[in-house]
Design a protein around this ligand. Sequence first.
Ligand code: ADP
Ligand code: ZN
Length: 720
Amino acid sequence: MTQIQEILQRYWGYESFRPLQREAMQAVMDRKDSVVILPTGGGKSLCFQAPALVLPGMAVVISPLISLMKDQVDALTANGISAAAIHSMMNAEERRTVDRAIRDGSLKILYVSPERLAQERFRDYLRGANVSFMVVDEAHCISQWGHDFRPEYRQLRGLRDTFPDVHVHAYTATATSHVRNDIVEELSLREPEVLVGSFDRPNLVYRAERRADAFQQIGRVLGRHEGESGIIYCISRKEVDSLCERLNIAGHKAVPYHAGLRDEDRKRNQDAFIRDRADIVVATVAFGMGIDKPDVRFVIHAGMPKSIEHYQQESGRAGRDGLEAECRLLYSGADFMIWKSMLAKQEGETAEIALSKLEDMQRYCTGAACRRKTLLAYFDEHYPKDRCGACDYCLNELDTVEGSVEIVRAILACVDELGSMAGPTYTALVLSGSTEERVLSKGHDNLSTYASLASEGQRAVRDWIEQLVAQGYLEKTGEYNVLSVTALGRGADDSAPSLTKVSGRTRKSTATAVKSMEGVDAGLFEALRTLRRQEAEERRVPPYVVFSDASLMDMARKRPTNTIEFLGVHGVGQKKFRDFGDAFIAVIQRYCDEHGLSTNVTVSASTALELDDEPARKRPSKIDTWRQCEPLFKQGRAIEEVSAIIQRAPSTVAGYLLKYIEENQIADPAPWVHGSIFERVRECAASMETDRMKPVYQALNEEVSYEEIRICMACMRNLG
Ligand code: ADP
Ligand code: ZN
């Protein structure tokens, strides 16, 4: 394993393993068959790629899509690893090059499609090559129980007979035992090592919220992710088109994606997203398979998916790189009805299963419990903690409604009074005291429950009705969704359900594994992103193939300006250092000069990237450290004072102060900078029309420190 660790550092610039990676690699090295089940972003590829470099010969990887193969080959090549794919889109010249590399034994990893491997001729060809082991990627495609069955995968059945001595390793993110058994059986695996990882994605923050004004709700999320990559899923193509258009009008860079677009448009839009030319892709569920973009920072569902499996899969496309990402789900009772009416066209057992999955999905949305715990429980995994610290419930963003008991009583009574003849919307109208004609004409303003919840507002009442349906106190029946009180509802006084209301607060997650931006200079990060985009365009690869966000953040934190320090950055191996080191170091050097930042910063272990397999709870918590200083800043304490109190360097405290100024929109730098100095800096910056520090520093005869200038400039930004 020391050999593997060396390889990891040299080619990938990684310093540690993610959970189960070590075991999975050991299985390959020990020449055993294996089945490895890890969630999306769990780091499956590395499990076979690293051993492939150590073992003699060439590893063959079977992958379902050309786009996936290309992506992997690009990433490997960028790390200086000899890898290639053979697929139908290559020309003769490209094919010959690969052929030569296979024959002279220099190729270490070869990607092929299952169809190709089914060809007798190709199998013969491979028999002549020195195959070290075989990998079946996305192995769930072999099972009809999976969500993506591909008949081509069934042709892999004969693999074992053709290559009796070659070990086979199957990888998937689908955990059910049905699928797992199918994989073992279909591939005739021999006493495989079965490794199943946790499906918890600690870096994802989950939120679910009833849809009111979707555009506004989406806008709020986008506001927190300016310039970052994200996916917005809609139920219908029409919604995709209209939402995308509105977003573009509002100034976002969004592209649409659905099955109704022409192939070339779809491809172009997908490409724009992958290459960071567009920030947002608005899509139906047609989008996602074959997208390995690691830096997706948010996934919004503008409508409710039809099952938790779908939700898990789609939301799971966020944050593959292990950095914090947000999953936000907007739902409404109408979504439930749309799916239900679609199911009504189906018959028999499958429709029944689908309906129960849909109900599970709705319960997830309206339930008042930890989202993470609920998701994991659905997949039969026990989450050991009561609160995860990274979902709307655990962050206390949902308010439990006071006086729930009376509200529940009023709603149930109204449903009874309406004689189980009305749907949720109408019931909400009556309870909130609507004077609409349809209510008055039926004389429902004379009911005893009429207007009994008038002070709560119609929208809230409508929401609570859904919550009661989801919790089993009310049920909807028939084509018109007529409400009636269930047996559970009749006993509601004994087991009062709890109602919640979205508070509108959004809190910073306290528990996600990686505090992405801690210690990162945001301006430098942006400058590095720009350079990354240029380098990527030049090489015609996606930006994340050049460097991941995690790497750029680590650079913007450590600010390395020499070889040794640069090689210490997360995700920088030898090849990337040779290819990109000079250009990135130059940008770092220039930026630090201009902004008076120190370089080659030693980052303490607690702020360094932690993507390793140490359990999160063992680490000391570092809950938004700067917030601990907030009260001290409020009291107007000087930087040195705060520094002494919290036992951190003054420069660190100055950084916290900047966050405090930014977050609280503070426009006056007193008491940290004297008013007269602020005036001088302001005048100088204004007359020079600059927001850079160095020219101001020089123009003021180096009399005002960089620290003071930076504080002034932060306040100037808040002057509006
Ligand atoms: P999966 O195929 O399981 O969805 P990937 O293999 O695409 O996951 O890995 C997700 C991301 O995590 C990639 O960007 C990969 O480079 C990165 N990664 C994998 N293993 C490690 C590790 N040990 N340390 C740091 N980053 C890793
Ligand atoms: Zn939670």
